[in-house]
Design a protein around this ligand. Sequence first.
Ligand SMILES: [Zn+2]
Ligand SMILES: [Zn+2]
Length: 266
Amino acid sequence: MCVKLTILGSGSGGNATYLECGKTRILIDAGLSGRQIRERLLKINRSPETLTGIIISHEHTDHIDGLAVIAAKLGIPVYTNRLTREGILEKFDKKFCFKIFQNGESFEIGDIEVEVFSVPHDAVDPTGFTFITNSGKIGFATDIGCVTALTAERFRSAQVLVVEANHDVEMLQNDPCRPWSLKQRIMGKHGHLSNESAAELIERTITENLQHITLAHLSQDCNRPELALKVINKRLQTIGATQITVSAASQDRPAPTIRLENGKVI
Ligand SMILES: [Zn+2]
Ligand SMILES: [Zn+2]
């Protein structure tokens, strides 16, 4: 069975990722507008109507903005934890079909086993994921303030990782537009992961299974894809893991689909 992963868009302007395994079709976060989610799914010949479920990592607008249009209107189940559900309901006065999980447990959506774990971020109960299928394992965490032993441990033995590489520390420090308080929030333990910290997470996680890394949630002002890729590739070179491919997700368009079959990225 072939697993397909497409990041439809990622960054502070909105996050949504499509994951398919057999007949199971899920959306990880719905932070682009409903229209954008539809348009970008159409680009890969899919539509919101056929989604099995939507998993929400946390209640920040850039992760739930399109949720009312997609989930409430179409009656698609929304998988999230209890506190995040409250956060969603504070933002949208709509009827959702919630499926509640607890961080630390795992559950199944069709052919995909989902492990959920807590990550440090300034939301009510933020979550990282691993998706386990017959074809392999994908680790997925954006919006993490710092590298934790739990995230590194959960990511271990994955074939594919989607990891936040939000900012270059120097670019963020020198950014003329952001007030110091916001910079402190972003750089803090419950903010966002820098390129260097993403490299640290990858180094702590790496096993011979790992074949592809997608960097996500890149800041438009305080990072550049080529810079983030350089930092990660340099670290992979240092640890002698240059066979691993690395790409950076875009805010504006779907990234190329990653295919995983029999434990191999194809
Ligand atoms: Zn975010
Ligand atoms: Zn967030």
